[in-house]
Design a protein around this ligand. Structure first.
Ligand SMILES: [Zn+2]
Length: 156
């Protein structure tokens, strides 16, 4: 599968989350060619401010694979990861990050983002993470519009 196909899966997960009253973010972790997990943000469901899609994906992938070392893996996120998630990606030793919408898009949608670009944070921190931005950006951005149509939409 291609990056766009895996991102499409993350987008479908985010849509599923929106339908369940969650925030409009999805993430997928792949190792080799193998899909490990596809999840969405569950901050509202879990009452957990750290239950971002990327953190959920890392937790579930580590459990599924029985290791905290996800090196060699790629994480796809519908939105550029916040500093917390970028930190989690570092600790999981993922090799590649592919994202669609930007932190600025999430801020525009009403989320109180820490406005540090993932690439800049990685460079400041001396991370060797390979970051690919702009994967299906319009489709990822449109998740915010879909979410805003939901009566359950609440930002944080
Ligand atoms: Zn995050």
């Amino acid at each position: 599968m291609t990056d766009a196909e895996f991102m499409g899966l993350a987008i479908r997960k985010a849509e599923e989350g929106i339908g369940a009253g969650q925030s409009p973010f999805g993430a997928v972790i792949v190792r080799g060619e193998r899909l490990v997990v596809a999840v969405h943000n569950t901050v509202w469901r879990d009452g957990d401010p750290t239950a971002h899609a990327e953190v959920n994906a890392i937790r579930q992938a580590a459990r599924a694979l029985g290791t905290i070392d996800l090196s060699g893996g790629t994480i796809y996120s519908t939105c550029e990861p916040c500093p917390m998630c970028l930190g989690a990606i570092h600790w999981a030793k993922l090799k590649r990050l592919v994202y669609g919408a930007t932190i600025e898009d999430a801020a525009t949608a009403g989320f109180s983002e820490l406005r540090i670009r993932a690439q800049r944070l990685a460079e400041m921190a001396g991370s060797s993470l390979h970051i690919v931005s702009g994967c299906l950006p319009a489709q990822c951005r449109s998740l915010f519009a879909l979410w805003k149509q939901s009566a359950l939409a609440r930002a944080y």
